[in-house]
Design a protein around this ligand. Sequence first.
Ligand code: ADP
Ligand code: MG
Length: 342
Amino acid sequence: MRAILTNHLLILLLGIVLSACSPTSETVHETRFMMGTLVDFTVYDANTKNAAMAIKAAADEMQRIENLFTIYGDQNNSVKIFNNAKAGTDIKLPSEIDALLTRSMQIEQKSDGAFNPALGSLNKLWGFSQPTPPTSPPPAEEIEQIVSSSSHCLQQRADGWSRTGKSCQLDFGAIAKGYALEQGMKVLKLHGIEHAIINAGGDIRVGGSHGKRPWQIGIRHPRQPGQVIATLKISGDKSVVTSGDYERFYLYKGKRYHHILDPRLGMPASRSQSATVIADDATTADGWSTALFVMGADGLETIEKMGMDAILVDADGTIHTTKNIESRLQLSLSPPMLRTSD
Ligand code: ADP
Ligand code: MG
């Protein structure tokens, strides 16, 4: 996963200070650095000691998931073993990795290849997750060679998975953070926590509510740091995840190059500035926010058909949303933002 700080969304936890003064409810807040970002845990209306224990257990679980899926760093794991195995060999993946790969392949199929879990080589070639970020694009011939060998390059066998060539490498960078958020919330609930919010650098999973009010979430303007394009109010089991071109990028000869790649071109996807997906679970929201970013506004129909909601800022800065999102999620666009199409 990534190695720099991110903050896609600004979360507005209005009223938390007030609620903390009430004798019946306590708000416990803690921040950890993991998955290359700051992860904020806010637990509302719970016994302080239990909340602290729950947060620690959730953070440990999220760290475990990062270690399990990352293709970076020195520690070995099953994903790296797969990526280094001889092409054509069947490898049995641990069930958790197998399950997330299966989900990823479904997103790949439903997004017509906008999402691809086998982009490890291409992502490494572009280098956005390396400790020293790049300053110029890699050679076109190298991109072409990898693109042709990373499409449909994974094969599911009776006894595991195999890859068709050396350049076919797993990378769960677009979905593992969502899975970690999901598991983090699961652990909080196992500790009896009902009302909580986990914010991993702007990617959010909420559970329950913020007292009698819903949680209120601001969606970051992709070009104006510190400003929001919209706020939405949510409660219950929901996740809000954004993929944007403004976190890991550089300008080269006046053009922006960033870390979300169009697998079919091998180049940074150029249809969007940011894509926010709201789904019941964070794994789905994370996977689809990356897919939608690559698909651009045309992808909103697919999102809608699957019963999710989304807000897409296209390459021109125009905001598009799924239909009826305003009433369903109490979304309000910040003036002077105007939705120009749906
Ligand atoms: P972030 O990690 O910044 O929140 P994403 O969830 O969109 O953003 O994930 C981006 C990461 O996913 C990249 O760093 C890379 O590892 C991987 N990736 C990039 N493009 C794709 C793609 N089209 N399909 C699947 N994974 C991708
Ligand atoms: Mg994603």
